[in-house]
Design a protein around this ligand. Structure first.
Ligand code: ASP
Ligand code: MG
Length: 418
């Protein structure tokens, strides 16, 4: 059995969906397809949600999103097909959900309720399209099989309940192909949740791990995992093999390769993970596995994480940065769900670098003000060079203004001004 994950780019147009059909038809094994929202749908739904909260008119944005999906559908189905009214219905549901006024305290919950429509629409279209091409498949609502807590926007999976549900609903004695949504789940009392941006990889891996699939393929618009983002850097090298541990580290530092949580559910289950191109289907891609070596070929890897903020704080009473101060700072960070990417301290100063999130930053700063004095810089980029050489470092950081740097045996980090 195999699990395929189609990312947003692999289902972004009618042409892409036809390609997905070709890939699926070629598969002889039992198959589960996990699908992301089409193209930039998730970002567009985020824009709509933010306008809703700021009381800015979002009707054009919502109409554009509907037209985008209807255009794809019109290129794939006859005019009479019921998919048209199904899409209309989903969009009226979204409109209805956005009429109700919701307080900003419920932002995360509302986020999951609205953003999840992206995957609900893409999976419906893909499933209907494959069925209309005689590729019989069953659409399973991921909210029946991915059961989580209510930590909205970054929900934690309840593996016991999830595994039971996966085994129950993905029943291969009934069907050979199942389609479900990536990224979304549900609490046991049926509130929609999401697993964090780019979480479809994680969904696919939970399913592959539970069912002990032979293979999990992440179909991407690039040939595999590279030593730098091929969309922004020239002369990149494709990795043929990478260990689970190494792939997780890279993902954590911001490489857009796989979701950082992807490895855990499959790494002890003998599932082969392959990242490969949906355009160049016959290329080998990158295999992620339990290799003794970290990567092959061995080359320095460079990762850029944009939109970083650096906060440097000290106490108002000239206290040392000790365990008590750490505890205070971390409890505030935890309150605002802020995850630290890089940190450094001296006797009196603590510097923290994390992703800038306009929704939580002001609240965080206001909280911090009560106990600490601080300054901050936004609009920074965190560069991680793993397996660095002096030459790579020299090349990459030349003429950059460095705000913070750190080096250990494997990694060199530079936080720079843009
Ligand atoms: N559609 C979601 C996102 O863009 C999940 C995913 O693509 O994996 O973050
Ligand atoms: Mg996506």
């Amino acid at each position: 059995m195999k699990v395929y994950k189609f990312g947003g780019a692999s289902v972004k147009s009618a042409e892409a969906l036809k390609n997905a059909l070709e890939i699926t038809i070629a598969e002889k094994d039992n198959l589960i397809i996990v699908v992301s929202a089409m193209g930039k749908t998730t970002n567009n739904l985020e824009i709509i949600l933010n306008k809703y909260y700021k009381k800015i008119d979002f009707s054009d944005d919502l109409n554009n999103l509907k037209s985008y999906h209807l255009k794809i559908v019109s290129e794939l189905f006859d005019k009479e097909n019921q998919i048209f009214s199904e899409i209309e219905n989903i969009f009226s549901q979204i409109s209805d959900d956005l009429i109700k006024v919701e307080s900003i305290e419920n932002y995360d919950k509302k986020y999951d309720a609205i953003i999840s429509y992206g995957e609900l629409i893409s999976s419906l279209i893909l499933s209907s399209f494959l069925n209309s091409c005689n590729l019989k498949n069953e659409l399973i609502d991921a909210r029946k099989i991915i059961i989580t807590d209510n930590n909205f926007r970054a929900a934690n999976v309840n593996f016991n309940q999830t595994e039971t549900a996966i085994n129950k609903f993905l029943d291969f004695s009934k069907n050979k192909v199942f389609i479900t949504q990536g990224f979304i789940g549900s609490t046991s009392d049926k509130q929609t949740t999401t697993l964090g941006r780019e979480g479809s990889d994680y969904t696919a891996s939970i399913i592959a791990g539970t069912l002990k699939a032979d293979e999990l393929v992440l179909w991407k618009d690039v040939e595999g995992i590279y030593n730098a983002d091929p969309k922004i850097t020239d002369n990149v090298v494709k990795l043929n093999e990478i260990s689970f541990r190494e792939a997780t580290e890279l993902a954590y530092y911001g490489a857009q390769v796989i979701h950082p949580k992807t490895a855990k559910p499959i790494m002890y289950k003998n599932v082969k993970l392959i990242v490969k191109s949906f355009v160049n289907k016959n290329s080998t891609g990158t295999t992620v596995g339990n290799f003794a070596h970290k990567i092959s070929p061995m080359v320095p890897i460079t990762i850029f994480k944009i939109n970083q903020v650096l906060v440097t704080l000290s106490t108002k009473e000239f206290d040392f940065i000790d365990e008590i101060i750490f505890e205070k700072v971390f409890s505030i960070l935890n309150l605002f769900k802020i995850k630290i990417n890089l940190m450094q301290n001296t006797a009196l100063n603590l510097s923290l670098c994390f992703d800038y999130n306009p929704n939580s930053f002001d609240g965080f700063i206001n909280h911090l003000k009560q106990t600490f004095i601080f300054k901050y810089n936004t609009n920074l980029t965190l560069i991680t060079i793993r397996h660095y050489t002096d030459d790579t470092i020299k090349n990459i950081i030349k003429d950059k203004t460095i705000k913070l740097e750190q080096k250990n045996k494997l990694n060199a980090f530079y936080l720079i001004e843009n």
